[in-house]
Structures are given as structure tokens and as C-alpha cells.
Design a protein around this ligand. Structure first.
Ligand SMILES: C[S@@+](CC[C@H](N)C(=O)[O-])C[C@H]1O[C@@H](n2cnc3c(N)ncnc32)[C@H](O)[C@@H]1O
Length: 218
């Protein structure tokens, strides 16, 4: 397992020229980082951009925005990525994460960054779908892998959902970030990266990251 000082460094070590999904886009700050650091062949951006009150969310969080703010965030993202949207490199999917993920083909995603609703229930539901949608040997990464009292009070359950998923399905933590920092590329909450145990590496980066002998590399 490797630690990285910040999430921008971690995703730079993930496959480039890949099929990537970001779940939870907001204003597209980290989407921009993904684009510039990893040049994805295809980047799917999924966000509901919708005010919601289902109780599973994080009401104390600044992202619990009013509908007008969500609409302007959505407009901003479409404007910000107008070029890559026009070329087909970026696809914007407005809707809730689980139904939007279901529109993607099974075993089509190289890696994904999960950063939407941070409740246990929401993350567990996303991981259950991603199990089918991520290519064998692919990576599920995400934000807010934290379980301190401050965040538990805010209904965060990322650690619980990710750890349970790994235990149930034979995945393992292969990376996490330390911090701290407030810059978007140095977001203070840790990020994680997990991968199914025992599968041969799909990409040359895996040999270095997973410290596998050269002969086992793809
Ligand atoms: C923390 S922000 C994403 C920040 C972004 N990843 C970044 O680092 O710049 C969370 C976003 O997730 C979206 N969201 C929350 N729950 C969602 C769900 N169930 N499905 C899709 N999007 C959701 C919110 O609309 C919000 O824009």
C-alpha cells in the first residue's frame, strides 16, 4: 500500500489515456485535475446537481447547495469543459450516481473517483454497482476516507462502506493520501484507492505501485 501526499499525486499514478469516471463533480475543480494529470481517453462526469434532502446527505456541508447554485455549477461545468465535451473526451451525466452508472457498460471503467454523497448507504450502493462496471484489475478511488467523530456527526460512512466492500469482495487498499491542506489538489480529507486482490496488473504503473516482480507485469 502506498501513501501519497495529496490526491492529485495519487491519481497521477493511475492509468493515463484510460476510461475514467468521477462521481460528484460540483464545479469541476477535481475533474480539471483528472484531465490535466491523466489525459483520460474518456472522462464521464456524474453529478445530480440537484438540491436534495433525503437525510442520507451531509446537511452541514457547503455542498448541500440550493437548486440555483446547483444549476450554476452545472452550467459552469458545461462551459468549463466545452472543448473536451465537443471532441467527445468528456461526457457529462446529470443524475443520481447509481442510475447514471447503470447506463455505462459492464467492465468498461479503468478507474473511478467517488466523491458524491458520503453516507455509508450511498457509498455502499455506488460500490455495489461499480463492482460490475469497473474492469477486472481496475481501481476504485475516492475522497473523504475518514471516520473521526467530527465527520461521523455529519453522517460520513466512507471508511465503513469501503472497508466492508473490500472484506466482502476480496479487494484491498492499495493507496491513500495523507494531507493536510486546503488547496483543491491538497484537500485535507484523505483519499483512498482499492483494487481486487490477486489479479494480474492491467497497466505498467501497477508493477511499481503494487511492487510486483517485473515478470508479472502486463
Ligand atoms: C464534494 S462535491 C464534489 C467535489 C468534486 N469531486 C471536487 O473535488 O471538486 C459533491 C457533489 O456530489 C453531488 N452529489 C451528492 N449526492 C449525489 C448522488 N447521490 N448522485 C450524484 N451526485 C451527487 C453533489 O451535487 C455535489 O456536487
Amino acid at each position: 500500500m502506498r501513501t501519497f501526499p495529496r490526491r492529485g499525486r495519487m491519481i497521477r499514478a493511475l492509468p493515463h489515456n484510460a476510461v475514467v469516471v468521477e462521481i460528484g463533480v460540483n464545479q469541476g475543480e477535481f475533474s480539471q485535475t483528472i484531465l490535466s494529470k491523466t489525459s483520460p481517453r474518456k472522462l464521464h462526469l456524474i453529478d445530480c446537481w440537484e438540491e436534495h434532502h433525503e437525510g442520507l446527505d451531509y446537511p452541514h456541508d457547503g455542498f448541500y447547495a440550493k437548486q440555483a447554485d446547483h444549476q450554476s455549477n452545472f452550467d459552469l461545468v458545461r462551459q468549463r469543459f466545452a472543448g473536451p465535451i465537443a471532441t467527445g473526451q468528456v461526457a457529462v451525466h446529470r443524475g443520481y450516481s447509481v442510475p447514471m452508472l447503470e447506463t455505462l457498460a459492464d467492465a468498461s471503467i479503468d478507474w473511478v473517483y467517488v466523491d458524491a454523497n458520503h453516507s455509508y448507504e450511498a457509498v455502499a450502493a455506488e460500490l455495489a454497482v461499480l463492482l460490475r462496471k469497473v474492469k477486472p484489475g481496475g481501481v476504485i478511488a475516492g475522497h473523504d476516507y475518514i471516520s473521526t467523530p467530527y465527520w461521523k456527526e455529519r453522517n460520513y460512512g466512507v471508511v465503513e462502506a469501503v472497508d466492508e466492500f473490500c472484506w466482502r469482495h476480496g479487494w484491498e487498499l492499495i493507496g491513500r493520501t495523507t494531507g493536510p491542506g486546503w488547496d483543491i489538489d491538497q484537500s485535507d480529507n484523505p483519499s483512498f484507492a482499492i483494487r481486487q486482490k490477486g489479479l494480474p496488473p492491467l497497466w505498467s504503473w501497477s508493477r511499481e505501485w503494487l511492487r510486483l516482480p517485473a515478470r508479472r507485469a502486463a
